[in-house]
Design a protein around this ligand. Structure first.
Ligand code: ATP
Ligand code: MG
Length: 465
């Protein structure tokens, strides 16, 4: 109790010292009991108050901790977070959003989300809102935010509804992953892919040119033959022409019959008359042969591939083999078991190139062989035709077998082989809807089998078997 008679709580405990107080009040015993009761109640209320205060402080500390935890999680999120209310106004964004867009938090909060996205993203936002209202999940839709310079910042967005404590939807939460980098990387990848494709096409063309180069010797020989007999024939025809002109001139000036007969014999007019037709026919044939060779060559060297067509395979194989052998130093024996007719549907030029590559490889591996031999067979297998070229060389070492179709794989000395022949041939075979496989023959040597469709079917398709 204070000096002026007021009752005060104990300064240490905070509780009213009831005995001091009751004594001080000088109350009757029954009144005293009631007071004691009141004081007890006050004691317990005050104790409860202190407990609640302690509890509240604990909860506050926990709340503070939770707040800090959430804040640090939001701050360290690399994905963009946007929380909107049910009307689409921004309630919260995270540090990633601010960093990515350059906006300040205070200028963003309370703004409608549509004011923060590019025009083309607005329908997407509307769809997002509709979907969320219908409680559908929004996943992987692309929108672009506007940064402080009004430049688009593309995001891949996932969204969900935000609920209050009673489970009622009160807004939406959008999480966006920046895809600008990803897109740039993708574009670069695309660019690299295109460059690679061009390089590959160039490579195929280069290989083709290299193969063509190897053929030149054979082709030159091939052309020389018809050209030389066309020349020979033309010289003979020129001489015959002169003789006929002399004889006709004599006829025109009415030379007498005996002299005419003499001249006719001298000029061998009868022999000339018999020779002219075969000479012209031979010349024409030679010219046609030259034209065929040139056409084959053009087809082979043309960059644009001609359309696929149905053609008879054996003559093309024979020509290709013939050409390679013409340029070869050591000519192997050829066992040609090709049938007369076997149609396939493919690019003639490509098939020519594949056969040239296979024969050239066979020649190369048998260069030191005393009895070089190549066997060529061709048989029909359902809707496909299989052309096999077997050599009697050393075969392919098993360690090389998995690599022979890889580009640039070669066991030839530097400068002798590019290692592209089989790889290009493999791709060309697939382009025809066929296949090129290679391995060792059980009786020795290597065998390569080219499978080609008879019509447009592809190997491995239901129609193609
Ligand atoms: N008939 C074969 N017998 C044994 N090995 C072969 C045969 N054909 C190919 N090879 C092996 O496969 C490798 C690759 O052949 P590929 O035709 O792709 O390239 P290359 O002949 O070495 O060079 P190029 O590009 O000039 O053709 C050859 O170096 C060789 O080791
Ligand atoms: Mg080769």
């Amino acid at each position: 109790m204070t000096r002026d008679g007021n009752i005060q709580p104990n300064s240490k405990t905070g509780l009213i010292d009831r005995f001091t107080t009751i004594d001080a009040l000088g109350l009757a015993p029954e009144g005293e009991e009631a007071w004691i009761e009141v004081i007890h109640k006050m004691d317990s209320v005050y104790a409860d108050l202190v407990d609640s205060q302690v509890e509240l402080e604990k909860k506050n500390a926990a709340l503070e901790e939770a707040h800090q935890f959430i804040g640090s999680v939001l701050a360290s999120m690399t994905d963009v977070l946007i929380v909107c209310d049910s009307k689409g106004k921004i309630k919260q964004v995270n540090a990633a959003f601010l960093e990515l867009t350059g906006h300040k938090e205070e200028t963003v909060l309370g703004q409608p989300i549509v004011s923060m996205v590019t025009e083309d993203a607005m329908p997407m936002i509307a769809t997002c809102q509709e979907n969320l209202r219908a409680r559908a999940v929004v996943s992987d839709c692309e929108i672009s935010l506007r940064d402080i310079c009004d430049e688009p910042v593309p995001l891949s967005v996932n969204g969900s509804l935000q609920h209050d404590a009673g489970g009622r939807p009160i807004g939406m939460v959008l999480i966006g992953r920046p895809i600008g980098e990803l897109r740039r990387a993708y574009q670069e990848l695309d660019e690299a892919h295109r460059t690679l494709e061009q390089a590959q096409q160039q490579l195929v063309f280069t290989e083709k040119m290299a193969a063509l180069g190897r053929l030149v010797a054979g082709v030159a020989h091939e052309l020389n033959n018809p050209i030389s007999f066309v020349f020979g024939n033309m010289h003979a025809l020129q001489r015959y022409g002169e003789a006929i002109t002399t004889y006709l001139n004599a006829l025109n000036v009415n030379t007498d019959a005996t002299q005419l007969e003499k001249l006719k014999k001298k000029l061998k007019i009868d022999k000339i008359m018999n020779d002219i037709l075969p000479l012209v026919e031979g010349t024409l044939e030679g010219a046609e042969r030259v034209s065929d060779i040139v056409q084959d060559l053009r087809r082979f060297s043309s960059k644009q591939s001609e359309p696929k067509q149905s053609f008879n395979l054996p003559p093309l194989v024979t020509t290709a083999v013939h050409w390679v052998l013409k340029g070869a130093k050591h000519k192997p024996d050829i066992v040609n078991k090709l049938p007369k007719n076997m149609k396939v549907f493919a690019h003639r030029g490509h098939i020519h190139q594949i056969v040239v590559n296979l024969i050239q490889n066979a020649l190369d591996v048998m260069a030191g062989s005393s009895e070089p031999l190549i066997e060529i067979t061709c048989e029909r297998d359902g809707d496909f035709v299989s052309l096999s070229i077997r050599d009697h060389g050393p075969g392919i070492p098993s360690s090389d077998l998995p690599h022979i179709f890889e580009p640039f794989f070669t066991t030839k000395p530097i400068g002798d082989g590019t290692g592209l022949g089989l790889s290009v041939s493999f791709n060309m075979a697939e382009e025809q809807g066929g296949q090129l496989v290679g391995g060792n023959h059980p009786q020795g040597g290597a065998v390569f089998t080219l499978t080609l469709p008879i019509n447009g079917n592809k190997l491995g398709t239901p129609d193609g078997g």
